[in-house]
Design a protein around this ligand. Structure first.
Ligand code: ATP
Length: 388
């Protein structure tokens, strides 16, 4: 096992159309044995970061260290890193056994007995003992994925890199493989970096999530930290499904110290004196973006007038365990996640409310988080994986 660190790492590609900054000044340390997931939209620099670590791309600036040792100039084969790709990259003419052992045969001086021992052990771990004499084209996608992972395991590397390894599998198998990879990690405790654009995958698998956008690091934290304390609006929007609802509001203070978030022409939502104070301690602004997650909004006809927002129903999406009610509020599509019994008609006006402890307040201009409502009530969220 080894720690991994990126010290002010930048990668610039020189393209015909000019320079493309794929990764900009990345500072990040991954501890021994950690399972870290890189997540972000397409083109944000996830794969490039992984490929630099594997030695498949050069580093333009900065330093990458493996177990404390700089590796910028170390060739990929000497980095003790095993990588699992989205397309599995199995040799079609070799058997599963041949695929799993090939890297060890050509890249090490291990005896045939040791190679066979490792293959058997990894095959057992991945539940593919019966497939060892088969060729990849007779295997399902899930089985090929297991072989590709098994091939990485036999290398007994310091670090595992996974580049969207489950993207080619159907949704059900993906969830299953997710659990298998998590189990594998808890068995082997090898430092693992996993790239995905799927935030749910990130939330369920990661010890810590690294969120990138446009080549820049947005936030590093446990799933609960990034969910409950997103550092900015980008993270708040990216993490969680359906996404957080946002509104432009002005804060108007009342004589008694409490306040109202006013979304001009649409709604007003009353907040406490302590939340007003908390905001005032962090900024002089009075215009913000506020965010509230769909799962934190309730349909409630009994809430106080100060906390009630009325809106017409646009569409009700039935997903089984929940209903997603989409509303037309403040000229934005707003989503509320409710229990399945709540099924209003299209066009019906419904009363919504939420607790101010679930509100997130962001700077209007740059989206930086100012206050999370639950800062006062919950303290630091417990550091564990989020159950989805
Ligand atoms: P995806 O999820 O779509 O794979 P990503 O987050 O992994 O995206 P990267 O593949 O790392 O993103 O790409 C980051 C940026 O670098 C993108 O703008 C991409 O077009 C650019 N890029 C990546 N590889 C090259 C290359 N070899 N030459 C030029 N530009 C590149």
């Amino acid at each position: 096992m080894a720690s991994v660190s990126f010290d002010n790492v930048t990668k610039v590609f020189d393209d015909k159309s000019g320079a493309i900054v794929a990764v900009e000044e990345l500072d990040l340390t991954i501890q021994d044995g950690e399972f870290v997931v890189f997540v972000g939209p397409s083109g944000c620099g996830k794969s490039t970061t992984l490929r630099m670590l594997a030695g498949l791309e050069t580093v333009t600036d900065g330093e990458i260290r493996l177990a404390g040792e700089p590796v910028n100039n170390v060739s990929p084969k000497d980095r003790d890193i095993a990588m699992v790709f989205q397309d599995y990259a199995l040799y079609p003419h070799k058997t599963v056994r041949g695929n799993m052992g090939y890297g060890l045969k050509i890249g090490t001086d291990l005896s045939d007995e040791e190679i066979e021992r490792r293959i058997q052990e990894a095959a057992e771990m991945m539940g593919i003992e019966d497939l060892l004499d088969k060729k990849p084209n007779s295997l399902s996608g899930g089985q090929q994925q297991r072989v590709a992972t098994g091939r990485a395991i036999v290398q007994e590397p310091e670090v595992f890199l996974f580049d969207e390894p489950l993207s080619n599998l159907d949704a059900k198998l993906r969830k299953h493989m997710r659990t298998e990879l998590a189990r594998l990690h808890s068995e082997l405790e090898i430092t693992s970096i996993y790239v995905t654009h799927d935030q749910e995958e990130a939330m369920t698998m990661a010890d810590r999530i690294v969120i990138l956008n446009d080549g820049t690091l947005q936030q590093v934290g446990t799933p609960k930290e990034v969910y409950y304390r997103p550092t900015n609006q980008f993270v708040a929007d990216f993490i969680g499904s359906p996404s957080m609802n946002f509104f432009d509001v002005e804060l108007r203070e009342n004589d008694d110290g409490s306040g109202e978030f006013v979304c001009e022409g649409h709604f007003s939502y009353g907040i406490s004196e302590s939340l007003c104070e908390n905001i005032a301690q962090n900024t002089d602004d009075d215009e913000f973006q506020i965010g509230i997650r769909p799962e934190n909004v309730r349909v409630d006809t009994n809430a106080s007038d100060r906390k009630t927002i009325e809106a017409p129903v646009d569409v009700v999406e039935v997903v089984g365990s929940n209903n997603f009610i989409y509303l037309d509020l403040a000229d934005r599509e707003t989503c509320v996640s409710t229990s399945p019994e709540i099924e209003p008609d299209e066009g019906e006006l419904i009363d919504l409310t939420f607790d101010e402890s679930d509100l997130h307040v962001f700077e209007k201009d740059n989206g930086a988080a100012i206050v999370h409502g639950h800062d006062e009530t919950n303290g630091t969220p417990e550091e564990s994986k989020v159950e989805l």
